[in-house]
Design a protein around this ligand. Structure first.
Ligand code: GRF
Length: 241
């Protein structure tokens, strides 16, 4: 993938700064939307220089849509007919463009994005995954890791590329599997940490601190949330948190 300057978080951050604007985030969500809520909360608390301006779901019953409405954020349900529904994605793309979104975040979005959508948004399209990639890709990261018997799992934020759960990794956090955990308890423990690394990732993007170099994401120097905000005991955060 060739990255043009316009795709870098540095360029976008400058663009927003020049316009005296906060980063506009579009969130794609299919479920209950707690990851979405973590971004909204961080924005309302002034922890991130970004606002969620639009939420799109492929599930009309997604609680994520209700959360958006509650916070006066535009919410759209876009119906989808199966896996590779090009019309669905065209509509999603049009909504994001109409709302001048600078960053698209997959937060529990269960549809696979097509290569043309990914190409269009590459560098400003991120995802959160509930496992330590590249292990346990797919829709059941926590359950698969638990059943495999891992002793440590966690979560990952990454840029989305044309392969599932594959693009350059931004942040990771490691969560210990306790002997008494079942898969739901492990998923709940990971989710709490997702709610920390996802807004942090957005803030790094908003500050223009993410530089993609092939498979690697270089995080430019700056502040650390470990020093600013409380972290969950026992969780190991990668550099940049
Ligand atoms: C999270 O674990 C996310 O990583 C996964 O789906 C879950 C979404 O939860 N892909 P929510 O809908 O944000 O509560």
């Amino acid at each position: 993938m060739i990255i043009s300057k316009k795709m870098t978080s540095e360029f976008l951050a400058k663009e927003c700064e020049n316009m005296g604007e906060k980063l506009k985030v579009g969130v794609l969500a299919s479920g209950t939307g707690t990851d979405l809520q973590s971004i909204i909360d961080a924005s309302e608390r002034g922890m991130i220089d970004a606002d969620v301006t639009v939420v799109v779901s492929d599930n009309k019953d997604a609680f994520a849509l209700k959360r958006a409405e509650k916070h006066d954020i535009k919410a759209f349900f876009v119906d989808s007919e199966g896996e590779k529904d090009i019309h669905h994605e065209k509509e999603v793309n049009a909504i994001l463009e109409d709302n001048n979104v600078n960053l698209v975040v997959g937060a529990g979005y269960m549809k696979i994005l097509t290569p043309s959508f990914v190409k269009k948004w590459y560098g400003k399209l991120i995802n959160i995954h509930p496992a330590l990639l590249p292990s346990f890709k797919g829709a059941n990261g926590q359950k698969d890791a638990f059943e495999y018997g891992v002793k440590i799992s966690g979560c990952t934020t990454h840029f989305i590329d044309e392969y599932m759960d594959h693009g350059p990794i931004i942040l990771q956090a490691a969560v210990k599997v306790n002997p008494s955990d079942d898969r739901d308890k492990l998923a709940a423990n990971i989710l709490k940490v997702e709610h920390q690394i996802l807004p942090r990732t957005i803030q790094l993007f908003a500050e223009g601190r993410l530089k993609i170099d092939g498979r690697k994401v270089k995080i430019l120097d700056g502040d650390s949330w470990k020093e600013k905000y409380k972290t969950i005991p026992g969780v190991l955060f990668s550099e940049g948190y």
